[in-house]
Design a protein around this ligand. Structure first.
Ligand code: G6P
Length: 476
């Protein structure tokens, strides 16, 4: 097998399997944010990507896809149940999102997490070139940095954490809190979304291991009696803003935006929510606020419509099944009370859409509602801002989304405060154009400056600093 100087390790490969009409199977680049984010970093070198192929028991040889070597890691149905649905999405996901749902601690899930993380580490160790760089992604693979360091001490290892890292008071619930920190500390550079996430991580390391920390550096004892320093710092992720702007200028997509408004019966204002169907996203709180505004007569059907895209997610996890039932019950009740033959209160779509349709929706939306109870970043916020080239439109953004650190001129909302959220939604609906423009302009500047390329560059700069120190024999 060819070896690669840059290896990305992520739970999923950057491709989806598609079956053509004649039954042949091919691969198509997946539309996700992570893929776009890393695409530009990968394009500069002969890279490899280690990840799961998206189907249980898929055991195929590494293959080339558009210049990147894809290395599939097979996962059995049981691995998926215990490692993916279990430990990753039933334990870590709710714990790291401030226990919005109750985390479940099961020893069999942990065992599977260890076993599967080792499989990913072994695959990466096999494909990485001598003294190459391996970049591990996200919470499903927190043990990989340490496992990989043991297998291949010559490598430089990065890790990026796409979701929040919780305060010690919550993190300390985890029965395997030491092992997870040890796993992460195997990296040379650890990236987090927000200053607060990096801070929470450092505090956990201090509390549990008493390792000294200085600014972004943690001194970790090395086997030889010396120590090595690990960088733990914020690198807020972003989007390919230019690509979104280009889509927003396409005549067919602009025409589609007009058509969407017509199809909704030409309401004066369109409110939009776009989320994976996840309990972290605050969809229930948003629906509650909107439902009450209808009850109060503060908004009326026909004048205002809410479009809620809820893309299907993790259907095998019980908390997601319960959430879907709850949301669909609420939507059904509100629509039942307020719909007319011509208009709907909430156009609810439990579907995923291609990027073109998303951009058309962003262009059609007068108000974008992001009311997450906790969110690592929330790239939808940045996508909405990027496409609003006329500086119109209002972003209502949760304080608890990482994006709120940068998009400070959004209407910032505490989604737990339903009255506060109702007031803000009304303010967004009625905001004068001059104010919309002032707020949007400042946000667009941030997103265009700090795009995904800048994100990749700044992370790689930290990695190169480690590599240079190593090459010159300086202590790291
Ligand atoms: C979040 C996580 C990603 C994950 C994505 C989709 O954004 O940070 O790691 O890939 O959700 O979730 P899924 O479970 O379908 O991969």
């Amino acid at each position: 097998m060819d070896r690669a100087d840059l290896v990305v390790v992520a739970n999923r490969l950057p491709v989806d399997r598609v079956v053509d009409t004649d039954g042949t199977e091919t691969w198509r680049r997946s539309p996700g944010g992570l893929v776009t984010a890393l695409e530009q970093v990968m394009a500069k070198t002969d890279g490899a990507w280690v990840g799961w192929g998206g189907k249980a028991d898929l055991d195929i040889e590494p293959f080339d896809f558009e210049g990147t070597l894809l290395v599939p890691v097979p996962l059995s149905a049981e691995d998926l149940k215990y490692y993916y649905e279990g430990f990753s999405n039933g334990t870590i996901w709710p714990l790291y999102h401030d226990v919005i749902a109750a985390p479940v601690y099961r020893r069999s899930w942990w065992d599977a997490y260890v076993r599967v993380n080792r499989r990913f580490a072994e695959a990466a160790a096999e494909v990485a070139d001598q003294e190459g760089f391996v970049w591990v992604q996200d919470y499903q693979l927190q043990l990989v940095p340490q496992m990989l360091r043991e297998l291949r001490p010559d490598l430089t290892i990065g890790y990026f954490h796409h979701i929040p890292f919780p305060a010690y008071g919550l993190y300390s619930q985890l029965p395997w809190r030491r092992q997870v920190l040890e796993g992460l500390l195997g990296a040379d550079v650890l990236g987090f979304q927000r200053v607060a996430d990096a801070g929470n991580f450092q505090r956990s390391v201090r509390r549990i291991f008493k390792y000294p920390t200085r600014a972004n550096e943690i001194e970790v004892p090395a086997g030889d009696g010396g120590s090595r320093s690990v960088i733990a710092a914020p690198f807020p992720i972003s989007i390919d803003a230019q690509a979104f702007i280009e889509l927003s200028q396409r005549p067919d997509i602009r025409a589609r935006a007009v058509e969407i408004r017509e199809q909704l019966g030409n309401p004066k204002k369109i409110l939009l929510g776009v989320d994976r169907l996840d309990y972290t996203k605050g969809i229930r709180h948003r629906l509650k606020a909107f439902g009450e505004l209808l009850d109060d007569g503060a908004v009326t059907v026909g004048e205002v419509a809410l479009v809620q895209i809820a893309s299907p997610s993790r259907p095998g996890v019980e908390a997601y099944q319960d959430l879907r039932d709850e949301i669909e019950l609420t939507v059904g009740r509100i629509n039942g009370d307020y719909d007319t033959m011509h208009h709907t209160a909430i156009r609810y779509l439990h579907q995923g859409f291609p990027r073109e349709e998303m951009v058309a929706l962003y262009l059609a939306a007068d108000v974008m509602l992001i009311t997450a109870l906790r969110d690592g970043m929330n790239l939808v916020a940045k996508e909405y801002v990027a496409v609003r080239t006329d500086n119109r439109g209002v972003l209502v953004l949760s304080e608890f989304a990482g994006a709120a650190d940068e998009l400070t001129t959004a209407l910032l909302v505490n989604p737990h405060d339903i009255d506060g959220m109702k007031d803000l939604i009304l303010r967004a609906i009625n905001m004068p154009e001059a104010e919309q423009s002032r707020r949007m302009r400042a946000m667009r500047r941030k997103v265009l400056e700090n795009d995904v390329e800048a994100w990749g560059r700044s992370f790689m700069k930290a990695v190169d600093a480690v590599r240079n120190k190593r090459a010159t024999g300086a202590p790291i």
